[in-house]
Design a protein around this ligand. Structure first.
Ligand SMILES: O=c1ccn([C@@H]2O[C@H](COP(=O)(O)O)[C@@H](O)[C@H]2O)c(=O)[nH]1
Length: 287
């Protein structure tokens, strides 16, 4: 089961998930200029980042928006990046945040769990309902060893607009979604005690974190918001169960680490590696 593989990688290499939100403007000019197009430069940048980090991180989250923005060539870079992650024996999370009526969701599931854009996990938005938005993906979870992370409580300030709206019993919407994800997760628990049905919970709003985690004991968490968005390791530690059960994403913090080192642009991949190790150790120190 993919959750067991992720659990093992977290045990061995730590909780860091490298976010490949690779905006062309992030690439050092001396590196970018070597390639014939933006998309080819981005793929080669990703390759260097993966080569420099795969022994100290557990997975890679590829944010599709950065590739879609570059059209067909960008999607080729997206596809090649996912294939390279697989070739290195690592786990990929396609950050696609899809959610639609079931027939359309079936096509999204096929599109992101098979073929050119095949990933190990996808992020989903359950707002259109469990049966419509999530169910079509669950066939692949059961039969093809895939996993999902459903948005439960996001890391951005705007999360409060809707996710914190309370029902007549005072339960916020994000907790209701979390409870539904826990029920689904219970049907698919791996040997590690966690399910391949996971949830996205941001690192940036910690007060309710423990209460939410207590309601989602079988759910593997994808935690964005560390670093650039201000999320702290001490907050993240409250979401862990026996030190595992979550991966923590950092995108800009790792990709742009070279900007914090003198002459870093000549060795951006090693700067990314040092930041990934620093982050790994920061999280471990708070467990
Ligand atoms: O609640 C959420 C869900 C997803 N994201 C995504 O994570 C990364 C964060 O990037 P940083 O540069 O580390 O801030 C990005 O891909 C978002 O789309 C999130 O931030 N919050």
């Amino acid at each position: 089961m993919i959750a067991d593989r992720l659990f093992k990688l977290v045990e061995e290499k730590g909780h860091v998930c490298v976010g490949l939100d690779t905006d062309y403007s992030y690439l050092p000019k001396n590196f970018a200029d070597k390639f014939e197009s933006k998309a080819v430069a981005i793929y080669n940048f990703n390759k260097e980042i993966i080569d420099a980090t795969y022994d100290v991180v557990s997975c890679y989250k590829v944010q599709i928006a950065y590739y879609e923005a570059l059209g067909i060539e960008g999607m080729k870079a997206y596809s090649d990046t996912l294939k390279y992650i697989k070739q290195k024996g690592m786990i990929s999370i396609a950050d696609i945040k899809r959610g639609d009526i079931s027939k359309t969701a079936e096509m999204y599931a096929m599109g992101h769990f098979t073929g050119d854009f095949e990933a190990d996990f996808v992020t989903l938005n359950a707002y259109m309902g469990i049966n419509d938005s999530l169910e079509p993906f669950l066939k692949y979870v059961k039969e093809n060893d895939k996993g999902i992370f459903a948005l439960v409580r996001t890391s951005n300030k705007g999360a409060k607009d809707f996710q914190y709206i309370r029902d007549e019993d005072g339960v916020p919407l994000y907790e209701t979604v979390g409870e539904r994800i826990q029920l689904l997760a219970e049907e698919n628990v791996g040997k590690c005690g966690f399910s391949s049905i996971g949830a996205v919970v941001g690192a940036t709003n910690n007060e309710e974190g423990l209460a939410l985690r207590n309601k989602m004991k079988s759910v593997f968490l994808l935690i964005p918001g560390y670093g650039a968005q201000g999320g702290k390791a001490e907050d993240i530690a409250t979401y862990l169960i026996c030190g595992n059960g979550a991966v923590v994403n950092s995108s800009r913090g790792i990709l742009l680490a070279y900007k914090n080192e003198e002459n870093g642009e000549h060795d951006f991949a090693m700067c990314a590696r040092r930041e990934a190790i620093r982050m790994r150790d920061d999280i471990r120190a708070h467990i």
